[in-house]
Design a binder for this molecule. Structure first.
Ligand code: TEU
Ligand code: CA
Length: 544
């Protein structure tokens, strides 16, 4: 991608809102769309180009909205269709696009399609979902497991067959082999485009091409046919952004999704650096010790994958992941410095940076002590499954505090006041008690705060071709504390050196990074070279 052919979103910093936890306008303890509208000036001040809005559609909320019962309506706790129109319009007035979450690997079991499908075997909607006969012993057709634990098949008594759900039993998988179902999805997408949405983030989109009888779930044989058909039927000719959540993406297949001539998606959202931090056998519930060289290798590898073609998403966190500063930084003594350092190192890479709500003020993981404090269906299921298997409950809770999804879902900390200013009522999940010191009101007025750094980074993303399009070259990948890289565009160079540790580090700057010029943020004279003494989490950014 080059400056002269770049789409609008190449200048955009994305901001993810998890509506349930962002801002509650009516005191019922649940964040809502009018609450989001009331914070648009905040997002505009931050400099956000588009918002990825986690699902707000009608839903029984078995998975907080990732179980949709009507794609063309809004959940009453979040508001109405007219609130949504208002959000789209008011965001647009501030040059912020609203990107909705397209959850079409599955619906809710309360979606009308599923109700019809389960009414009888010959209902025309039967084939919108994936049904199989029981195994000879009456059990599930195979031993496929759900991502949320337990079998991926649930028996439907009345019709005598099992249905597939790669997530909760309340999230039956759609059958993408059915062209009528696909057309209904495309019609729905067009309906939202016509209402003014700026694009879609596509939930577990790498699962839609599954070939279940051959045991293939991710990256199935028809996946790219469907994505190209979807593009042709919905995205073609529209100036929108699309991002595919692709846990299975590898350097070998990523460009199939986001290669520019592929007519599929704008970019991939892949998780290799996240999975790197999990136990190879026990997964996320047993985190692996942090390994900076491994993290840098993975991030650097993906910079190369999308160097010439395709496009990366850059992120530390989202609504499924722990808080960035707790996972990768120092959420104690060096919280602010490490949050700023992480932001800088990530946002000066090539790709579209995503800020997860609260990251811009350095919000941290929560520290729950009892399973009753958790809300997430995934955590609650695995707690049951693993403790039944004999895993020590305290060890499980330690793992959930480290990597569980509720860390990201505690309410946005707006103020030091009651319930962090999130609600006047009782929040659906506890507010992190550290809102007394960590909140938007205090951080935002601090020129050396976390918000100020994110605002500066978003401004650079809008204005600097070097940041948007420059080549990426990693240095000292094996260094245990320092992350160092250069960006180049034509004759211009940006050198970035960050101390990702809470110790002072003496660092010999590689010649290729040595530079005399200006600091990329404040424009002051700056130089890099020789031996430098880096304070904990200090980051140096010099531009030629
Ligand atoms: O996430 C997909 C997904 O695979 C995660 O649930 C993942 O398994 C887990 O977080 C890591 O162990 C998407 C959504 O982002 C998530 O919120 C939904 O729960 C899920 O799909 C189902 O729609
Ligand atoms: Ca509310």
């Amino acid at each position: 991608m080059q400056p002269d052919n770049a789409p609008w979103w190449a200048s955009a910093t994305a901001y993810q809102i998890y509506p349930r936890s962002f801002c509650d306008s009516n005191g019922d303890g649940i964040g809502d769309i009018p609450g989001i509208v009331s914070k648009l000036d905040y997002l505009s001040d931050l400099g956000v180009g588009f918002v990825w809005l986690s699902p707000v559609f009608a839903s029984p909320m078995a998975d907080n909205g990732y179980d949709i019962s009507d794609y063309r309506d809004i959940a009453p706790e979040f508001g109405t269709l007219s609130d949504m129109d208002d959000l789209i319009a008011q965001a647009r007035a501030r040059d912020i696009g609203i990107v909705m979450d397209l959850v079409v690997n599955h619906t809710s079991d309360e979606h009308d399609w599923f109700k019809q499908a389960s009414a009888s075997r010959d209902n025309p909607y039967r084939d919108y979902y994936v049904w199989r006969d029981p195994a000879p012993d009456g059990g599930p057709p195979d031993d496929l497991q759900s991502n949320f634990g337990g079998p991926a098949w649930t028996f439907h008594d009345a019709s005598g067959q099992y249905y597939l759900h790669l997530f909760d039993p309340k999230q039956p998988d759609l059958n993408w082999e059915n062209p009528r179902m696909r057309q209904d999805v495309y019609d729905m997408m067009n309906w939202w485009f016509d209402r003014g949405v700026a694009g879609f983030r596509m939930d577990v989109i790498d699962l839609i091409g599954k070939d279940i009888d051959r045991g293939i779930t991710a990256d199935g044989p028809k996946l790219h046919d469907y994505l190209q058909e979807m593009h042709e039927q919905t995205l073609a000719g529209r100036d929108v952004v699309t991002v595919g959540e692709t846990w299975s993406a590898t350097p070998d297949n990523a460009l199939l999704y986001c290669g520019r001539d592929r007519k599929e998606l704008s970019m991939v959202f892949q998780f290799e650096h996240v999975i790197d931090g999990w136990d190879p056998e026990l997964g996320k519930w047993k985190p692996r010790p942090f390994d900076l060289p491994r993290l840098k290798r993975t991030l650097g590898k993906w910079q190369k994958v999308c160097a010439e073609d395709g496009w990366n998403s850059l992120f530390w966190g989202n609504h499924d992941l722990p808080r960035a500063v707790s996972k990768y930084g120092d959420d104690g003594a060096h919280r602010v410095a490490s949050a700023r350092c992480l932001a800088t190192l990530l946002h000066l890479m090539k790709g579209t940076p995503y800020i997860y709500q609260g990251e811009e003020i350095g919000m941290t993981n929560v520290n729950f002590t009892h399973i009753n404090q958790f809300r997430d269906v995934e955590t609650l299921n695995f707690h049951r499954i693993q403790t039944e298997k004999g895993v020590d409950p305290d060890a499980f809770i330690a793992g959930a505090n480290d990597n569980g999804r509720d860390n990201a879902r505690t309410p946005m900390q707006w103020t030091a006041g009651a319930q962090a200013g999130f609600t006047t009522g009782t929040p659906w999940i506890e507010v992190n008690p550290n809102h007394i010191t960590i909140n938007a009101k205090d951080d935002r007025t601090d020129p050396d705060g976390v918000f100020a750094r994110y605002r500066d980074l978003a401004a650079l993303r809008r204005t600097s071709d070097l940041v948007k399009f420059g080549d990426y070259t990693a240095h000292d990948q094996a260094h245990p504390q320092v992350m160092a890289y250069a960006r180049h565009l034509n004759d211009a160079q940006l050198s970035v050196v960050g101390n990702m540790s809470s110790q002072t580090v003496t660092y010999n700057v590689p010649d290729a990074l040595a530079l005399t010029g200006r600091d990329v943020f404040d424009g002051a004279d700056a130089a890099l070279g020789g031996t430098v003494e880096l304070h904990p989490w200090q980051v140096i950014t010099v531009k030629s």
